[in-house]
Design a protein around this ligand. Structure first.
Ligand code: HEM
Length: 410
């Protein structure tokens, strides 16, 4: 099987997919709460502050990395690291996580003998990786053990209706008898730590880079941007007069899952961004045994196969002559619904048994976040700013995305 640099190098994938996962409705509810909270109390204050100082320039990529780090920690751990603060100050935990991400990627691009030698001698990238891993592991192991103690002490039980973070759900376990919680699912802290790191890695930068490329695409496609705004204007979130939070949500276009899923043009625009700027541009698989692919190609044991999802998102043979155009309309049927595109064509979330578990939750989060931000702010990319991407686990922008911010008069 193949995997991301994180999973491949750390042996995280153990063939187990928990039934309480990021696919679960209760997890999606928690994500919605966390995203709304971080929009209102994180992104809005930061962008308002910048809009009040029009001369101030910000790197949107940095803002989104912070936002997604906070949201994924809140949903996986039930912990808010507050990396999205008004001064955009570095938070040691987020910094350690970034260093691990870079270090793991390095291992996939430098020869194995080289990084193993560096590790042995405690030099360069391997030294940084070791320091960051130690710091992150210390935090995680302490956190897991105090969460376990708290659950045992309080005999907290998962309410079937309540949204709960993934760590708590896994510690509590999925088997229970009458009133007694059985802590049978994950007794092994190492396994829990691996699961947590895997999820943080899978759900943080992928969403962050998708957000950056979305706003870059809007800056280059004013026609599309106007159509998205028109759809938002025509379809505000539901308001109930007695409920202040729904009025606030309506004003700020903070949609709930079922509301945002009705916005067809918004969905098409997000999908088109993910097609052209696929957040995980490269996937690789490693053949454990000699095998024959469905195409008839014979693959010898230990062969590595690289698949460029970036290229597949831009191939005429798959998407037609206009494959280079940013055209959300390709995702909309003649009857105005969302066009279904199979995963062997739209490969952004991969396909088959190891496809992305976070596909649905990612699409919902992306649509919620871009709707709220686009409704409220206008970004002007700094003149002469050159945009390209860099070698990384995700399709990161090489020179950040430097913009000035102003409020939209909607
Ligand atoms: C736009 C955002 C995202 C993209 C493009 C994306 C893409 C992918 C891809 C291509 C894979 C397959 C990797 C492989 O073949 O080894 C994958 C796996 C996975 N993704 Fe995502 N992902 C995204 C967001 C998320 C989020 C938010 C979560 C969790 C909250 C998540 C959880 C996972 C997990 C757990 C796997 C491993 C599945 C397994 O091996 O069984 N992903 N993702």
């Amino acid at each position: 099987m193949g995997s991301s640099p994180w999973t491949a190098s750390r042996g995280f994938s153990r063939g187990r997919r928990s039934s309480y996962s990021c696919k679960n409705k209760r997890y999606r509810l928690l994500m919605e709460k966390a995203a709304h909270d971080k929009l209102e109390n994180g992104i809005f204050p930061v962008l308002d502050h910048l809009a009040d100082n029009e001369s101030k320039i910000v790197d949107l990529q940095d803002v989104f990395q912070r936002f997604t780090f906070d949201v994924i920690c809140m949903t996986v751990l039930g912990y808010n690291p507050s990396s999205l603060n008004i001064d955009l100050q570095d938070v040691p935990l987020a910094k350690a996580f970034d260093d691990i991400d870079k270090g793991m990627f390095e291992r996939h691009v430098v020869p194995e003998t080289m990084w193993k030698l560096q590790r042995l001698l405690g030099l360069g990238a391997e030294k940084r990786l070791a320091v960051a891993t130690e710091r992150f592991d210390k935090f995680l192991y302490d956190f897991i053990s105090s969460r376990r103690e708290k659950i045992v002490r309080q005999q907290t039980r998962m309410d079937k209706e309540e949204s709960v973070d993934l760590l708590t759900a896994h510690i509590e376990g999925e088997t229970r008898k009458e009133d007694v919680v059985e802590y049978s699912t994950f007794k092994d802290d190492k396994l829990l730590r691996d699961m947590v790191i895997n999820l943080l890695a899978a759900g943080r930068s992928t969403i962050a880079v998708a957000l950056v490329w979305f706003f870059w695409s809007m800056a280059n496609n004013p026609r599309v941007e106007s159509k998205v705004l028109a759809e938002l204007a025509a379809n505000p979130p539901a308001a109930h007069h007695s409920d202040h939070s729904s009025c606030r949500r309506r004003q700020s276009r903070l949609y709930r899952e079922e509301e945002v899923n009705r916005l067809v043009y918004l969905h098409a625009t997000v999908a088109e961004t993910l097609r052209l700027y696929t957040p995980t541009p490269m996937n690789h698989k490693w053949a454990r045994e000699t095998d024959v692919l469905p195409s008839g190609h014979r693959v010898r044991a230990k062969t590595r196969i690289f698949v460029s999802m970036y290229a597949m998102g831009r191939m005429k043979g798959i998407w037609g002559e206009d494959c280079r155009e940013f055209k959300p309309e390709r995702w909309i049927t003649e009857r105005g619904g969302i066009r279904y595109v199979p995963s062997h064509q739209f490969t952004t979330f991969s396909g088959g048994p190891r496809s992305c578990l976070g596909k649905e939750v990612s699409l919902i989060q992306l649509k919620m976040v871009v709707a709220a931000i686009l409704w409220r702010y206008k970004f002007q990319v700094v003149e002469g700013h050159r945009v390209s991407y860099t070698m990384s686990t995700v399709l990161q922008m090489e020179n950040e995305l430097r913009v000035s911010v102003s409020r939209r008069s909607t």
